[in-house]
Design a protein around this ligand. Structure first.
Ligand code: ACO
Length: 392
């Protein structure tokens, strides 16, 4: 699927990024920490992947909790209140449940009372897919404001006995808010691709419509634990990044030389270097924070974007490319022309932030009250409730 939104002179609506945020858990797990309980070393991991440490969620930090914190930060840089959000898309491979969606839970916690919400499953490419879906909804005129979140608690689904996979991943969340603007810019193009023939190269089996035990070749895979054929994924990733970036850049009507910054999925520093070589670009153009967070799957691109903005790597008018790849197999790129968005630190902005915080507190109180009422009602039913039909 390809979309081109940026024809110069068109009177279309454009989907600009107007807010961004990230959140990573406090707990740091270093390569040396890993070497304390599995046969590996800091030298092996850092030389082969570029990763030195990753963050690990506490028991209370679920994917919804991390995603909520990233979303709240994204709202803080805008003049948007939660009820202004029309659509929430959560890209994740580690949702709270199969259903209800993680997106619905975050929608409730935010007090985004006018939003539709759904989870998107495209593994590490999920955030790029989500950006495209949100931009299309804005461009069509169907909505004005979308919140796109990538959030993961990969530490919960790793097989810690598999040293080839478990050393790569970490937990975290990133979010952006997309909103309609008249000036040309924002999401200019996207290229989304999939090749399900590689379904068994990496995955996370769970209870679903496939009977795991009888599925060809999956018999010895653990339910709810991730598996990966690292070498094959490596080759696939280095091949598709260049191809996908070139296609999205052409769709946007710009040249590779016009691109200022590339934000790749953070899987392996050697993959990023190979992609830079393949595209004939300076490796410095590629944002990398692998060293500190490892691979946070669908969260890696929005986290890297938020950090790039924090570090002033992106400027108004810049063309940036987000490129993702992973399970599916799925991959995709989005070209964004950065607008003139500035963080909202005005007095009015601060008042809106207070209103948002008050809204979050009200939702928390209302949720607690509802839980207590349910418990009281269950206790009363147990004591004095209607008799079971069998009792008659
Ligand atoms: N520590 C020490 N030794 C190890 C470790 C480890 N953590 N893991 C594997 N080894 C050993 C292997 O057992 C093997 O030993 P052997 O030669 O005696 O059999 C040796 O190191 C080489 O193993 P390889 O798997 O060939 O190592 P490779 O250089 O390919 O690196 C890696 C493995 C880092 C996983 C690499 O293949 C890779 O990064 N692949 C891409 C993975 C990726 O990007 N996945 C995510 C993309 S999509 C998504 O995000 C879901």
């Amino acid at each position: 699927m390809t979309n081109s939104f940026g024809a110069p002179g068109s009177d279309r609506r454009y989907a600009h990024i107007v807010g961004w945020g990230m959140y990573v858990p406090e707990k740091v797990l270093t390569n040396d920490d890993l070497a304390a309980f599995m046969e590996t070393s800091d030298e092996w991991i850092s030389s082969r992947t570029g990763i030195r440490e990753r963050r690990i969620a506490s028991d209370r930090e679920t994917s919804a909790v991390l995603g909520l914190k990233a979303a709240q930060q994204a709202l803080q840089v805008t003049d948007i209140l939660p009820p202004d959000i029309d659509l929430i898309i959560v890209a994740t491979s580690t949702p709270e449940n199969i259903f209800p969606s993680t997106a619905s839970i975050i929608q409730h916690w935010l007090g985004a009372t006018n939003a539709g919400a759904f989870d998107l499953s495209a593994a590490c490419t999920g955030f790029v897919y989500g950006m495209d879906m949100a931009a299309q909804a804005i461009r069509s005129g169907s909505i004005n404001t979308a919140l796109v979140i990538g959030t993961e608690t990969m530490s919960r689904v790793l097989d810690w006995r598999d040293r080839g996979t478990s050393i790569l991943f970490g937990d975290g969340a990133g979010a952006v808010i997309l909103q309609t603007r008249a000036e040309r810019g924002g999401v200019l193009s996207s290229v989304l691709r999939s090749d399900g023939a590689g379904f068994d190269m990496l995955g996370l089996p769970t209870r679903g419509s496939t009977e795991i035990r009888s599925a060809d070749g999956l018999a010895d895979r653990q339910l709810h634990k991730m598996y990966m054929a690292g070498g094959e994924v490596f080759k696939f990733a280095t091949r598709v990044i260049g191809e996908s970036v070139r296609q999205a850049v052409a769709k946007a009507g710009i040249k590779l030389e016009d691109v200022n910054v590339i934000i790749p999925h953070q899987a392996n520093q050697r993959i990023i270097q190979a992609a830079a070589r393949g595209l004939g670009l300076d490796a410095d153009m590629f944002i990398s924070n692998l060293e500190r967070y490892g691979n946070t799957s669908a969260a890696s691109i929005p986290i890297a974007l938020a950090e790039a903005l924090q570090n002033e790597r992106i400027h108004p008018g810049d063309h940036i490319v987000l490129v993702g790849f992973g399970g599916g197999l799925a991959w995709g790129s989005v070209v964004v022309k950065w607008g003139l968005v500035q963080p909202d630190d005005s007095t009015a902005g601060k008042i809106r932030e207070q209103r948002r915080r008050a809204g979050y507190a009200i939702v928390r109180i209302r949720t607690r009250l509802r839980q207590w009422l349910r418990r009281i009602s269950e206790t009363l039913n147990a004591l004095f409730g209607a008799q079971h039909p069998d009792d008659h």
